[in-house]
Design a binder for this molecule. Structure first.
Ligand code: PMP
Length: 387
């Protein structure tokens, strides 16, 4: 590639040129009729992508952390109990956010590369009355995939609200928000949704909205308060002008474009594409004799892969060689093993060609690092499975 590198980190990702082009259209007023239409379309399309026809979508300027915070600020009240099911760095972040809003947090922490067993979750739910529980669908620090369906069922059984942190999963992993009974599914624009960073996105169930309406105390975060945002979202859904805080016009136009592309591809086919590419990529990695962080492939994400450096290979040098090959991948994130692994994102508009280029770069870097393997084996494995 001339003059630029291929961005293969787990967000921000490579964006489709059509999305980038729509983002560069002249900025209109936030109450211009064409923008009202775009915003309204984006909100309607979110319900389709989230599979939540009766859900309430929110699009607010900010990152994924804001989406996490919006759900926490509106649903928890000081002194209430929250159960955080953690498979890594972002589970722990949710615990921190909830504590800021006065929640008593019980943190169920899976060992690195594993998930929390369902029995353990049910045991916790039996012990105490919880207001809500949180699940990290894909923890981007470990590449571990959690199955949210049975956890959402448990939440319903114990009358606990369920929040899914889908920052690294929405539009890349299977999610059926309404069918599975998830109360909040939240994400950010820069991952599998395929829009440059800057949008906090979430869809709330009617039960979540009702819970917020019945709060005893006001929401203690002014910017995050649904009191301010719900009328704005419903106005745009009804194709009416409205204002609370200036919306990021260009990003929302780009969101409409990307959501249209996602629904044109078909959400199920899109998830299958992610699964196919991810499983071929994992097998290619394994053909090189490298190990992934999730303890088995059934809990390995389809949006990114976390891979241990082989023994004797210096991580920083390996990443530098990969960068020399014009591919950017990410280092580790989980503090206690940060220096032991790296991460490759494969979501959104990622193609088999992008992954082949990444495997070529990885082989080049491993070779330069003196690691012994059969040259070309990962490319052969990947092509055999995908082409
Ligand atoms: N949750 C998960 C699972 C994430 O991967 C991330 C970002 N990597 C976040 C939350 C936070 O999102 P942001 O960086 O956009 O604030």
């Amino acid at each position: 590639m001339k003059g630029r590198k291929l961005l293969m980190i787990p967000g921000p990702i490579e964006f489709d040129p059509e999305v980038l082009r729509s983002m560069s259209e002249a900025t209109t007023s936030h109450v211009a009729s064409n923008f009202i239409e775009s915003f309204g379309n984006a909100l309607d399309l979110m319900k389709k992508v989230w599979l939540a026809p009766n859900g309430q979508p929110f699009v607010i300027a900010g990152s994924g952390t804001l989406a996490m915070e919006i759900a926490a600020a509106n649903l928890i009240e000081a002194g209430e109990n929250a159960l955080v099911i953690s498979t890594g760095y972002f589970g722990e972040r949710y615990s921190d956010i909830l504590k800021r809003y006065g929640a008593n947090v019980t943190l169920l922490k899976a060992p690195t590369g594993e998930v929390v067993p369902l029995e353990e979750i049910e045991k916790a739910l039996k012990k105490k009355t919880y207001k809500l529980l949180t699940i990290t669908h894909v923890d981007t620090s470990t590449g571990v995939l959690v199955n949210p369906k049975p956890i959402a069922e448990l939440a319903s059984k114990y009358n606990v609200l369920s929040i899914l942190d889908g920052v690294c999963s929405v539009a890349g992993e299977e999610i059926q928000q309404e069918k599975w009974g998830l109360d909040i599914v939240l994400t950010a624009s820069q991952k599998a949704i395929g829009v440059p960073p800057g949008l906090a996105l979430l869809v709330a169930s009617q039960k979540a909205i009702l819970t917020w309406k019945n709060r005893k105390t006001p929401v203690s975060n002014y910017y995050a308060d649904w009191e301010n945002w719900l009328p704005i979202m419903t106005a745009y859904q009804n194709r009416k002008p409205s204002y609370f805080g200036t919306p990021p016009v260009n990003l929302i136009v780009a969101l409409e474009t990307s959501l249209k592309m996602i629904t044109d591809e078909g959400i199920q086919l899109r998830v299958e594409r992610h699964q196919k590419l991810a499983s071929a990529f994992r097998l290619a990695i394994s053909s090189l004799g490298l190990d992934i962080l999730p303890v088995n492939v059934n809990i390995a994400a389809n949006t990114l892969t976390a891979i241990y450096y082989p023994k004797g290979v210096n991580g920083n040098i390996l990443l530098k060689h990969i960068s020399d090959f014009d591919i950017i991948i990410a280092g580790g994130l989980l503090s206690k093993i940060k220096a032991d692994y790296f991460r490759v994102g494969h979501m959104g508009s990622v193609s088999s060609k992008d992954l082949l280029a990444t495997l070529s770069a990885l082989e080049y870097a491993l070779f330069k690092s003196g690691y012994k393997f059969e040259t070309g084996i990962s490319l052969k494995t990947f092509q055999y499975l995908v082409m």
